[in-house]
Design a protein around this ligand. Structure first.
Ligand code: NAP
Length: 410
């Protein structure tokens, strides 16, 4: 079946879960029906899907499919131009769907943050995706859209102003407010459990170029920040950012996939701004210690078993009030390779909590972008910036309350 004969443009798989339901609600608000976008929801339980559909406008079709069943995944992928999935942990539930989309030439986007699983999917299916024409794009939520599209945004501005890209882009979290869902916690726990049986996973996660195409040049970046550090460009103390170990890998992969459009000596890092003076240092040191202690404690089975019952379970997440009062603000700085007066600064803001309210809108717009926009890339495993680039920035800016603004030069 050719792509244009498909019954649907977009299927939201996992629409009964915490994030999937938010994606479905956003699709309903933004794309109807009525609208000329043909979309449906999918999940493993007809009754749960019916309940979600009853809260959506018009008649939304519900498709029942189990992620563990390869035939179900093949049938699902064959019916639509794009599958957008929130069925996670992806390392546990996602592999059959990726294989089916690759086989059927169906475009795909998700919210995966599991580096080892994405590496596995790329290595297993890249050649087949090139042949079938399926564009597969992981990490279309808070990780890693602000990082990946923000860097592209800064680099486009720098190229326009200076005729060449910034040799170093810094991503700094200025502010954010939100919470975590059971599905996200489950994904982190699943990764730790897999790493216990396979130490190579930890080794891969520590590799700053873990997602780069194999046999292509890497770059100059080293390990992620682990302690309080002073940032002379922002004139503030900084702490490690918990998502940096995913986001930085995706931005570096984008550079390689875009034929090193940011340069072979491009550097990229992420951190949280904590302020100036002794108070800024104390906050940075406390955040660094807190993050290290939390990760360390959660890696120990018996401690994890004690803590997990106190955290949200799969299907649960931050309340509507938390999501609607949530927000994020990111500052990006591109360093001009030749002229310290010619740096580029940009701000990205989100009008909902980063992990769910804004993430749901980013994933939905990524799916519509894959279905609708004239994208230049062929089949393969791409990143948000390399596949959808400025088209997705425009969609997020106009529709999704995620704004990209250039600040003053330097
Ligand atoms: N990158 C980001 O910024 C970001 C942000 C948010 C979430 N995430 C990721 O998104 C994923 C989902 O998170 P969440 O909080 O929404 O999780 P959740 O509420 O637990 O939802 C998981 C969904 O998967 C479905 N599912 C589980 N097993 C299935 C199977 N065998 N067949 C079909 N469907 C199945 C569940 O169906 P039932 O309803 O029937 O149980 C549910 O719809 C996680 O991996 C999380 O890490 C990432």
């Amino acid at each position: 079946m050719s792509e244009s004969d498909r019954e649907f443009d977009v299927v939201v798989f996992g629409a009964t879960g915490f994030t999937g339901q938010l994606v479905a609600e956003y699709m309903g608000e933004q794309y109807g029906p009525p609208s000329d976008l043909r979309w449906a929801i999918a999940g493993r339980s007809q009754a749960k899907l019916d309940a979600v559909a009853s809260g959506l406008p018009g008649e939304i079709e519900c498709l029942v499919a189990d992620s563990a069943n390869a035939e179900d995944m093949r049938t699902l992928a064959a019916r639509t131009r794009v599958v957008c999935t929130t069925v996670g942990p992806y390392a546990k539930y996602g592999s059959e769907l990726v294989a089916a989309c690759v086989e059927q030439g169906t475009h795909y986007c998700d919210l995966a943050g599991e580096i080892h699983w994405m590496r596995r999917m790329i290595d297993a299916h890249q050649s087949a995706a090139e042949r079938s024409g399926a564009r597969i794009v992981h990490t279309c939520g808070f990780d890693c859209i602000p990082s990946d599209l923000g860097t592209l945004f800064v680099q486009n501005a720098m190229r326009e102003r200076a005729g060449e890209p910034a040799n170093h882009v810094k991503f700094r979290v200025v502010a954010s407010k939100g919470g975590a869902s059971g599905g996200t916690i489950d994904s982190g726990v699943n990764m730790m459990e897999e790493a216990r049986d396979d130490p190579q996973i930890l080794e891969l996660n520590a590799d700053p170029y873990a997602l780069n195409p194999l046999n292509m040049p890497r770059g100059l970046d080293g390990l992620d920040q682990t302690s309080a550090e002073q940032d002379p460009d922002f004139r503030q103390w900084t702490a490690p950012f918990v998502m940096a170990s995913i986001n930085t890998r995706v931005v570096r992969r984008s550079n390689a996939l875009m034929n090193y459009a940011y340069g072979h000596d491009f550097r990229y890092d992420e951190a949280v701004l904590t302020g100036t003076g002794a108070a800024g240092f104390a906050k940075a040191a406390a955040l660094a210690a807190g993050t290290a202690m939390m990760m360390g404690a959660m890696a120990i089975g018996p401690i994890r078993n004690l803590v997990l019952p106190l955290l949200p379970k799969p299907g649960e997440g931050p309340s509507k009030e938390t999501r609607e009062n949530g927000y994020f603000e990111i500052a990006l700085l591109g360093l001009n390779p030749n002229d310290p007066e010619g740096n580029v600064r940009a701000t990205i803001k989100g009008d909902r909590d980063p992990g769910y309210g804004s993430t749901a809108k980013m994933l939905a717009e990524s799916a519509v972008c894959l279905a609708r926009d004239a994208l230049e890339v062929a089949g393969g495993f791409w990143t948000p910036a390399s596949a959808m680039g400025t088209q997705l920035i425009e969609r997020l800016d106009s529709n999704a309350g995620v704004t990209f603004t250039l600040d003053t030069v330097n």
